[in-house]
Write a protein that binds this ligand. Structure first.
Ligand SMILES: [Zn+2]
Length: 109
């Protein structure tokens, strides 16, 4: 027979994200989780990859300002889709990268 008791548990909660590129906080203010704005980028080395290690996963997070700066340097702009307010669209329409840029929010260097 097992006797159990309730114990308080501690749970890690995301408090901030530090931009890998500029080193700044991605927290826009306040204590609400929704006030942390960043982009998570993931790359995986494929078999025979000339630059990345096969089977390794590379991850970094950047603030939105750095994300914009990095993407602006691309020869071909990123693909952007409007997922709707809650990301529930089944067939999200593609929109142009230029339509999505808001110059007044850049924090990147
Ligand atoms: Zn940054």
């Amino acid at each position: 027979m097992r006797i159990t008791k309730e114990e308080p548990t501690t749970k890690a909660v995301l408090d901030d994200v530090i931009c890998n590129r500029c080193g700044k906080s991605c927290k826009a203010g306040g204590n609400d989780l929704n006030n942390i704005y960043f982009a998570k980028c993931v790359a995986r080395g494929g078999f025979g990859s000339p630059c990345l290690v096969d089977g390794y996963e590379y991850t970094f997070e950047v603030c939105e300002g750095c994300f914009i700066d990095i993407a602006k340097a691309f020869k071909h702009p990123p693909t952007v889709r409007d997922l709707g307010l809650f990301g529930e669209s089944d067939s999200p329409p593609e929109i142009t990268w230029e339509e999505t840029i808001r110059e007044d929010k850049t924090d990147g260097e």
